[in-house]
Design a protein around this ligand. Structure first.
Ligand SMILES: [Zn+2]
Length: 283
């Protein structure tokens, strides 16, 4: 008999399911996005070789882990996805810039500074690295274009998800009404406290921002950055029912995810999750 836990049901209602690979690797997949033809996955910390503190699937952060560990972890993660892929990632700087990946052999990859990637090439896996920040994956089944977005509070304030949609429209003729989005694991409103400067900056820029903050103490509030990205996508024309929000918090669930706030402070370092999307070249 299959035992369906409460968490499993919560995930499945949100459109996500677990995918297990070899050697204990586990990832979360947005199933509606997959049915639209987009291979996608949000990594967890399970099944790797890094000492965070052990067997951790650290997928980035070359200044905090050995390159051979990261390469082996990536090999295991990509194996779970099946098929042949070339990863296109970037040097993330919490900025507003979107890069278009025009060919499969894009060698600039991780050396170029930006926080969102978009492409219509097949066989390319777009990836963003996070530990508490919000990863957003976008797929446009009509044109075949997709995007991966790194949206921490700074990127969200800069409107990076909406800017990515604009870029997809300009480059590939994407209509936001055709787009499906998956908002991945991140620090959620249960844990993510920010200060007055952040709250005021959002309220100055977005009329809806009051709904994203819940006051905790003088000059501080819990912030819902997933919700801010949800509202930003819907405001840009994506249908609310096509935006899937993963109901798991990286700060609560350090058993599953890396958390910059929980681990970097305590241990001086943390691993990085990778969220990826692409269209297989076999289709
Ligand atoms: Zn939490």
């Amino acid at each position: 008999m299959e035992i369906i836990t409460e968490e499993q049901e919560l995930l499945s209602r949100a459109g996500f399911n677990w995918r297990e690979g070899g050697q204990g690797v586990r990832a979360l997949v947005c199933e509606p996005l997959e049915r639209d033809g987009f291979t996608n996955a949000f990594s967890t910390r399970a099944g790797g070789v890094s000492a965070f503190p052990q067997d951790a699937l650290n997928l980035a952060g070359f200044d905090e882990d050995a390159a051979e560990n990261i390469q082996e972890n990536r090999r295991r993660f990509f194996k779970l996805l099946g098929g042949e892929w070339r990863l296109s990632a970037c040097w993330q700087v919490h900025g507003p810039d979107v890069r278009v990946v025009r060919e499969r052999a894009d060698t600039r990859s991780e050396e170029e500074r930006c926080d969102a990637l978009t492409t219509r090439e097949t066989g390319v896996l777009l990836g963003v690295k996070t530990a508490d920040c919000v990863p957003v994956l976008l797929g446009d089944a009509r044109t075949g274009a997709c995007a991966a977005v790194h949206a921490g509070w700074r990127g969200t304030l800069a409107g990076i998800a909406a800017r990515t949609l604009e870029r997809m429209s300009a480059e590939f003729g994407t209509n936001p009404a055709d787009v499906r989005a998956a908002i991945g694991p991140s620090a959620r409103a249960c844990c993510y406290e920010v200060g007055a400067e952040v709250i005021e900056a959002f309220k100055d820029k977005f009329p809806k921002a009051a709904a994203w903050f819940k006051t905790t103490r003088e000059g501080h509030a819990l912030a819902d950055i997933q919700r801010a990205n949800f509202d930003q996508l819907v405001g840009a024309g994506v249908e609310a029912m096509r935006v899937h929000v993963l109901p798991l918090c990286t700060m609560c669930r350090t058993d599953l995810f890396f958390s910059y706030r929980q681990e970097k402070k305590l241990h001086g370092r943390t691993g990085r999750l990778l969220s990826v999307i692409g269209k297989s070249k076999d289709e």
